[in-house]
Write a protein that binds this ligand. Structure first.
Ligand code: ADP
Length: 313
């Protein structure tokens, strides 16, 4: 059973911006799925369409078999959404916010209160249930949005950049909670531009760039592509001439800095050894780009090479 099936989905905004250029995607029930991509790639637009907050231009979307064009209420009942922006009624109490949401889904008050207690306890907000939302910390507001999204016990939980701007401790505890509810059977889709977040949580990943899905695979497959890293090496003393690093792809970028590509065929040890034999001492070293950027570069280069091959160039 698919939790979500998206087919040939396009979105062109009123200003002519083509945010989605015909994407296909399917997510199995029970999966933990990441929609990964840089800012402006189209992730929020895709989520917005799935949750019927944004009108699509063309294409189809099914949620647990319910087509959003002709079975919208059933489709919506399957989804809990945690949006990117804090959109709580800041003057309402924590408990009311969650219980009122239950009302939108037709739950009676008794059931709503039982569930509210359960989710607020699980998300460590029960002690704050009478506080107004405005008085909560940023991390608590995010957890409250998760409790609110879960109150009707959706089969599919969608989180748009759940940990943007959240400190590391809260991020970890949110990850732990999401893992737990996924293990209990809830399908989870999240958008993120942190590769590390997707890597830590998700079994599958779709990578979206400029409105197009450029990769859709198991997380482990995607990570295997990350075999090439570029390091910037700062040397203790200025270089008098370019060192010899046979077999490496490298260049000098400053008087005491070189940039070296370490791919699957080479190790950092070999590079250090070569520098040492030439009397060069390494002061410090850093990754040139973050891993997500490198992944994109690799995928975009790969696609260009494929296109060149098929066009016979
Ligand atoms: P992401 O979530 O990956 O950062 P978005 O889906 O928010 O990307 O945006 C995709 C593209 O669509 C961006 O170029 C963005 O500027 C544009 N966009 C988003 N919302 C609107 C809108 N309401 N009107 C016009 N353009 C928009």
């Amino acid at each position: 059973m698919h939790a979500l099936t998206i087919s040939k989905l396009t979105k062109t905004y009123g200003n002519g911006k083509e945010a989605l250029k015909g994407i296909d995607l399917s997510v199995d029930a029970g999966d933990f799925y990441a929609l990964l991509g840089p800012n402006g790639a189209g992730k929020t637009t895709a989520i917005g369409i799935v949750c019927s907050l944004v009108n699509k231009t063309s294409g189809t979307v099914e949620i647990f078999g319910h087509n959003i064009d002709d079975d919208l209420e059933a489709a919506k009942a399957c989804i809990g959404l945690v949006p990117q922006e804090i959109n709580l009624n800041l003057f309402d109490s924590v408990l009311n916010i969650v219980v009122n949401q239950a009302g939108y889904y037709g739950l009676d008050r008794k059931t709503a209160l039982i569930r509210a207690e359960r989710y607020l306890r699980e998300l460590r907000l029960w002690d704050r249930r009478h506080d107004i939302a405005r008085n909560l910390s940023g991390g608590m507001k995010r957890r409250l949005m998760i409790a609110r999204a879960l109150i009707h016990e959706p089969k599919l939980l969608i989180l748009d950049e759940p940990t943007a701007g959240v400190d590391i401790e809260i991020r970890r505890s949110m990850w732990e909670y999401l893992r737990k509810i996924n293990e209990a059977g809830t399908t989870i889709i999240l958008t993120t531009h942190y590769l590390e977040e997707a890597e830590s949580l998700c079994r599958h990943v779709a990578i979206i760039d400029d409105g197009t899905i450029i990769e859709n695979a198991r997380m482990s497959t995607v990570l295997r592509r990350l075999q090439r890293e570029i390091f910037v090496i700062s040397l203790r003393n200025p270089l008098l001439s370019l060192p010899q690093l046979d077999g490496f792809d490298y260049k000098q970028i400053d008087e005491a800095e070189i940039e070296v590509v370490i791919d699957a065929g080479h190790t950092l040890n070999e590079m250090f050894a070569a520098l040492t034999t030439q009397g060069l001492e390494v002061q410090s070293m850093r990754n040139k780009a973050n891993r997500l950027e490198e992944l994109f570069m690799g995928l975009v280069d790969g696609k260009a090479a494929e296109a060149a091959k098929t066009s016979g160039n």
